[in-house]
Design a protein around this ligand. Sequence first.
Ligand code: SAH
Length: 251
Amino acid sequence: MEKEYQTLTPEKDPMGAAIAEYQQKGKAGKLRVLSEMFDEDEIPVNYLFRTYEQMPAIEQKALELTKGDTLDVGAGSGCHTLALISKKDDQTSRHTAIDISPLACEAMRAQGLEDVRCVNLMAPNLSQKYDTILLLMNGTGIAGKLERLPLLLNRLRQLLKEGGQVLIDSSDLCYLYEDEDGDTDMEMLEGDYYGEVVYQMRYKNIRGEDFDWLYTDYNTLKTFAENCGFNCEKVMDGEHYEFLARLTERG
Ligand code: SAH
């Protein structure tokens, strides 16, 4: 099968292993994130289990705007879908959570989520359509590279019901290229788009494969979204350089 349709195997799924361990034991080790562009970093595993109150404002806003049948893409521990279910008094909507990590999917089921599917968003196995599609914690990341952003956007359009919305966040990495005076280093504008990052994750002795992860500035997302038949609006800026955008199909 083509790489873009695949799911992960537990031997190469550090984040899934960290999520599974935290879900089972209430604690976990260090989830390390490596990339040539940044110093080594760590994702606190408890952050992946954040409650509504612990979420950043752009995520709380996304949950407030969520309505109808929802698809949580790259749901991780399922924190957004869990928050939705506990917050909204809406018995009629269906909430589906998908992730390429079988371990994350197991952890979501263990916390009571009923419609959890271990599938790749890009694989053709989802047939239902949704009123709201959530892609949070840098949702554009799933595109990997800027040239693949249209594939992601077109896939999202296929999965939207009429009148539906995509709520997606990202971050403008321009700050990485600014000097102390706030001037932009011209290196940023050379070569590949500056929001393209290659990451590797490690958890205990589990090493993931390198993966491409895309950050976009708002204008780039808007241009690509409009070219794919969406209206795009910025819902709000976050505290740093991140933002939440809302995409709706152009009528
Ligand atoms: N939304 C969660 C997790 C973000 S991490 C949160 O905010 O906490 C990104 C997640 O996306 C990971 O769990 C990863 O396994 C999943 N993912 C990456 N590519 C995917 C794809 N193509 N389809 C579905 N899930 C994907």
